[in-house]
Design a protein around this ligand. Structure first.
Ligand code: FCB
Length: 535
């Protein structure tokens, strides 16, 4: 029997492994799926808790009752239910919908010590023997710091309209604060200009997990001061690039860099301590509020969001205990960083109430955290099952809930549920900032091509689900595949291959567009999802 701790680790990484199994994809691609699987999870809307089922029921009723475009949506929704399996009947994606691809600084840039870049917590963490599965470092990664023109060519080759990438905080501020590094700023300026020159929208994430090591040495995310340094950093970005970049993501998956980095210790900085984890969460929430204001202070028109990795999941059984566990986990997993930002309050995740003292919560924090984000980024890969556990659960003590990826399910319905729920509940648009598929076996075939039919099948399923969610009223304006390139997958090193492009690490990071990249390029230019068999 696996240790509890290992199960927790899998909660994050199982997703990449299990989705590469063909059986799983067949389950969701071939089956006729119910359109909405509506749970009994609670949500907060305008200060009132309401059951997700009643919420969606009332939303759909409101849609049906109106006489304008919403009626069309309601009939589209009804039609959808009856012709669900017939993906060819789906209309093209709207003209203003953006197809894109996604990367992050640590995972692709390399040049870890070049042009004045400072050390990040991932540079430090990867240098500790045994931390990274293949013993690698992000020192070179895809060498995108030098090869970024190749990356832009790939985006163009696929007809993509949006590129979501992150800036490296230690490249901009080697010490995390103080004097910025002009060479780093100039690098990103060139990249942005080159994207705009070929009509590709830059969607910039300010923070994708690479905290400058000096800030970690001063206490890292558990230290409340980090929120202020973060605001200074994003304020500088807005001042420098805000004339050209209109869409900003404050951070990527706050749940990951706080819980996995400080709670489980399997991501940098590798701390495993419940109090540090809770404090890191709270500082991240303060940072969202301060960062939002710092950017708006530069230019109130800039569109600001944060990327969350939602997972509505489902209780493993119908028992009351599993359902309650599911609700608690949902509060911690999905709402812990979004309720504070929209409402200034933490949801009920813990059996004994919110651990305010452990989090170092101070009066007034509820006001600091609360800001009206303009959109939400959503990363989705698959869904989980939730079940009740006893007090022995150390790191998430008090939550008394546990999550595991079911061996043979991709929770394709939950993806639609997230889209609809978020659009209606928070009344904000969604940018899908990541969705992707790992197959470590990707390699050039005898014909020199990279044949990756499973990735095509995965994207076909995800895009079909998304198109249906759009028809049912979800307000989603973009879709970015994770990833543009095979890259350095954090603690898993270079083993996973999630790119639309194959990167040959033995041949100076040479890039070859995979067959899935070509397929996705056709989707992006036609705005239609081609029949799977035409791939
Ligand atoms: C997401 C991360 C991204 C990458 C993918 C596979 O959670 O945001 O950097 O690791 O998973």
């Amino acid at each position: 029997m696996r240790a509890k701790r290992e199960q927790l680790v899998e909660y994050k990484y199982f997703k990449h492994k299990t989705i590469s199994e063909s059986s799983l994809l067949r389950v969701y691609c071939a089956g006729k799926l119910r359109f909405l699987r509506i749970g009994v999870n609670r949500m907060r809307r305008e200060g009132h808790w309401m059951n997700r089922r009643s919420f969606l029921r009332s939303t759909l009723a409101a849609i049906a009752a109106s006489t304008t475009g919403a009626v069309a949506r309601r009939s589209a929704y009804a039609a959808l239910e009856s012709s669900f399996a017939d993906h060819e009947a789906l209309p093209a994606f709207p003209e203003n919908f953006l197809f894109g691809a996604s990367t992050s600084s640590v995972q692709i840039e390399g040049a870890a010590r070049e042009d004045g870049k400072g050390e990040s917590i991932w540079d430090r963490y990867a240098s500790i023997p045994g931390k990274i599965a293949d013993g690698s470092t992000p020192d070179i990664a895809c060498d995108s710091y030098h090869r970024w023109p190749d990356d832009i060519s790939l985006l163009k080759q696929m007809n993509l309209q949006s590129y979501r990438f992150s800036l490296s905080w230690p490249r901009v501020f080697p010490q995390g604060k103080g004097t910025p590094n002009q060479k780093g700023l100039d690098h990103y300026s060139r990249l942005i200009d080159a994207l705009l020159a070929v009509n590709i929208r830059p969607l910039i994430t300010s923070y994708h997990w690479d905290l400058p090591q000096p800030l970690e040495d001063a206490g890292g995310w558990p230290n409340r001061d980090t929120a202020g340094y973060f605001a200074d950093y994003v304020g500088l970005l807005a001042r420098t690039y805000g004339d050209r970049v209109h869409h900003w993501g404050l951070m990527n998956e706050p749940q990951a860099f706080t819980v996995v980095g400080y709670g489980w210790g399997t991501h940098a900085p590798g701390r495993a301590d419940r109090t540090l984890m809770l404090r890191a969460c709270h500082t991240a929430n303060l940072a969202q509020g301060l960062g939002f204001r710092a950017i708006k202070a530069q230019n109130s028109k800039l569109q600001i969001g944060t990327t969350y990795d939602y997972d509505l999941g489902r209780p493993r059984t119908d028992s009351e205990a599993d359902r309650a566990a599911w609700e608690r986990y949902d509060a911690f997993r999905n709402l812990w960083f979004i309720d504070p930002v929209f409402t200034g309050r933490y949801p009920d995740a813990f059996v004994d109430g919110v651990p305010f003292d452990a989090m170092n919560f101070k009066p007034g924090d509820e006001t600091t955290m609360k800001v009206p984000l303009d959109y939400s980024g959503v990363n989705f890969y698959c869904g989980y099952e939730y079940f009740a556990v006893g007090q022995k659960q150390k790191l998430l003590r008090g939550l008394n809930a546990h999550a595991e990826t079911p061996a043979n399910k991709f929770d394709y319905e939950a993806v639609q549920e997230v889209m609809l729920w978020f659009s209606k509940c928070y009344q904000r648009p969604i940018e899908i900032t990541e969705c992707g598929y790992n197959d470590e076996r990707d390699a050039p075939g005898p014909d020199g091509k990279i044949h990756d039919p499973m990735r095509i099948e995965y994207l076909h399923g995800a895009l079909t689900g998304l198109r249906k969610a759009l028809l049912a009223g979800a307000n989603v304006r973009s879709f970015h595949v994770w990833s543009l390139l095979d890259n350095w997958e954090w603690s898993s090193g270079y083993v996973p291959r999630m790119g639309l492009t194959y990167v040959d690490y033995k041949k100076k990071q040479a890039r070859i567009l995979k067959e899935s990249g070509k397929w996705y390029g056709r989707v992006a230019s036609s705005r239609e999802i081609p029949n799977l068999h035409e791939a």
